[in-house]
Design a binder for this molecule. Structure first.
Ligand code: NAP
Length: 520
């Protein structure tokens, strides 16, 4: 398969635009062939019209048909072989092992949604049987289930060129829900995006999906992305990236004549709390693992532990002073991300002390890790220190007392995760800390590190604003599917007009809530 630089619109490809863009290898600074043509407004409109028409067919596909489509996408991604992983490495500066791991995560995610669809109970079918004899008024037959929203606009994340990109979690959950997808590729990995886009196109044709169920558009500015969010055919948006980008798209969506939901996953500092008894028992191991977690993937994870709170402990600080200079930096994903990191660190250095600076390898966008420290007063006086600096850095905040720790937790804004390290005794003594954190984040971890997000049924990768624009959902795991559905109620419908999920004899043998009781 060749990379062509053409936009994918349903089963066709186009390059009507006159403005070309190219991906850059962040390790060398070289531009990568071929040229990609920025999508035009006409191409966007054409993709949206096709998607709206395709939705009228795709929304009626059974769970089994959609499952076969998702499984075929996974197979086609695997068929791309080394071509995909080599392009991924060239465009991201991330190592081959990460490319292979992320491909496995992407195909595994698609197959997990396929499993969910085959099992079928996710639709949350509810049946309240008619009560014709009820006094003073009879009750009609009432049934409800989740139905797809329509066409979804999705923006790829720079930091996961596969798992949060073209066939990533947002696309997989939207397609599983029965929605068509128009995807705005991230300009940092244009070739990787096209290859995966073609895999989806091939899978759609092979499994008899409608032309327009998926489109992929290229751009490296905001024109197409903004127009996508404002297009009347778009009924929801999935996004992963910066606070600035996510909030701008959210604002654009809610001020449309017809406002639509935006599921934007934005910045997060992911605070870690290390409690006194575990500090005394295992402080040096925690310090080592903390530095490893901060620098993993050059710190380019939304779950990077960007802040660590503890009550003053000299041994822990000494261990960090030993570990931090040994930490390895690396090549960042884009020049923009590197520049933002360098600027953020330069600014933060004015208000903090340096615990240690790691090593930067050779490379066009290479950076060194840095661990900084302040105390509670320093943090309180410089609120911006609590904001994300995307990259291999973290701020250690020293407190004088339990009360200062609890107050710091209360002052937190919304984050994706919070972590508590503690012995059984610590955890009992700090039960109130956990209660505070539960109100601040989407996932709480005990004695671990937040990097590494499992794709599973119970995973929550979300959290209160400003971590996301909608805290009621997750962008990782199968619960993500309901972001792109809405409940529809069918009153007094004859069986023949109902979808199989709601028919009286339960032909799909799914779990349903019948008169308030979960039954098959
Ligand atoms: P970004 O700048 O938010 O861009 C993400 C995507 O949204 C890109 O396709 C971008 O298009 C588009 N976009 C951004 N603002 C837009 C707007 N106002 N209108 C229309 N489209 C818009 O994120 P990024 O490029 O991935 O990285 C930049 C920074 O984001 C990083 O330095 C980091 O701080 C943060 N980030 C956070 C996470 C996280 O999970 N917390 C993940 C990745 C990045 P164009 O690129 O074509 O402009």
């Amino acid at each position: 398969m060749q990379i062509t630089g053409r936009n994918i619109i349903g089963f066709e490809t186009f390059s009507e635009g006159t403005v070309a863009i190219q991906a850059i290898n962040p390790a060398t600074g070289e531009t990568l062939a071929p040229l990609f043509y920025k999508a035009t407004t006409d191409e966007l409109n054409y993709a949206a019209d096709k998607a709206a028409k395709a939705f009228q067919i795709y929304r009626k596909k059974s769970g089994f048909e959609k499952a076969s489509f998702l499984e075929k996408i996974a197979e086609e991604i695997e068929n791309l072989g080394d071509l995909l992983t080599e392009r991924y490495v060239a465009e991201s500066g991330l190592p081959q092992g990460r490319a292979a791991g992320e491909r496995g995560r992407t195909t595994g995610q698609l197959r997990l949604f396929a499993q969910l669809l085959r099992e079928g109970s996710w639709v949350n079918a509810r049946i309240d049987a008619a009560l014709p004899e009820r006094q003073p008024a009879p009750r009609p037959d009432i049934r409800a289930m989740e139905r797809p929203l329509g066409v979804v606009g999705v923006f790829g994340a720079s930091n996961f060129p596969l798992a949060f990109s073209v066939a990533g979690g947002d696309t997989a959950s939207a397609l599983a829900a029965g929605c068509c997808v128009i995807f705005k590729a991230h300009p940092a990995h244009l070739g990787t995006s096209e290859l995966v886009g073609k895999a989806i196109q091939k899978a759609a044709e092979a499994t008899n999906m409608p032309d327009g169920v998926f489109s992929l558009l290229f751009d490296d500015g905001h024109e197409i992305g903004s127009a996508l969010v404002k297009h009347p055919s778009i009924k929801a948006v999935g996004f992963t990236g910066s606070y600035k980008g996510g909030k701008a798209l959210f604002d654009a969506a809610v001020t449309r004549p017809e406002p639509i939901p935006v599921y934007a996953e934005m910045g997060s500092v992911n605070p870690v709390f290390v409690l006194p008894k575990i500090l005394a028992e295992k402080g040096s191991a925690i310090a080592q693992n903390f530095v490893a977690s901060v620098t993993m993937g050059v710190g380019q994870f939304c779950t990077n532990p960007g802040m660590l709170f503890l009550q003053k402990n000299d041994n822990f600080m000494k261990e960090l002073e030993k570990q931090a200079p040994t930490a390895q930096g690396g090549v960042m994903l884009t020049t923009g991300i590197r520049d933002a990191y360098v600027k953020g660190i330069e600014h933060a250095k004015n208000f903090t002390q340096i615990i240690g600076i790691g090593k930067a390898p050779e490379g066009f966008t290479a950076v060194e890790p840095i661990i900084l420290r302040t105390d509670i007063e320093g943090l309180n006086n410089n609120a911006h220190l609590g904001e994300e600096i995307f990259g291999p850095t973290s701020l250690v905040v020293e407190a004088n007392s339990r009360e200062e720790i609890l107050q710091a937790a209360k002052n937190l804004t919304g984050h994706l995760t919070a972590t508590v390290h503690g012995t059984a005794e610590d955890l009992a003594e700090y039960a109130d800390l956990i209660e505070i954190l539960e109100q601040k984040v989407g996932r709480i971890l005990i004695n671990g590190f937040p990097t590494g997000v499992e794709v599973s049924h119970a995973m929550v990768h979300g959290g209160p604003f400003p971590a996301t624009t909608d805290s009621r959902s997750t962008s990782v795991g199968t619960m993500a599917i309901t972001r792109f559905t809405r409940p529809v109620c069918y009153q007094n419908f004859p069986d023949s007009l109902l979808l199989d999920e709601l028919k009286s004899d339960n032909p799909l043998n799914i779990w349903r809530l019948i008169d308030g009781e979960l039954k098959k």
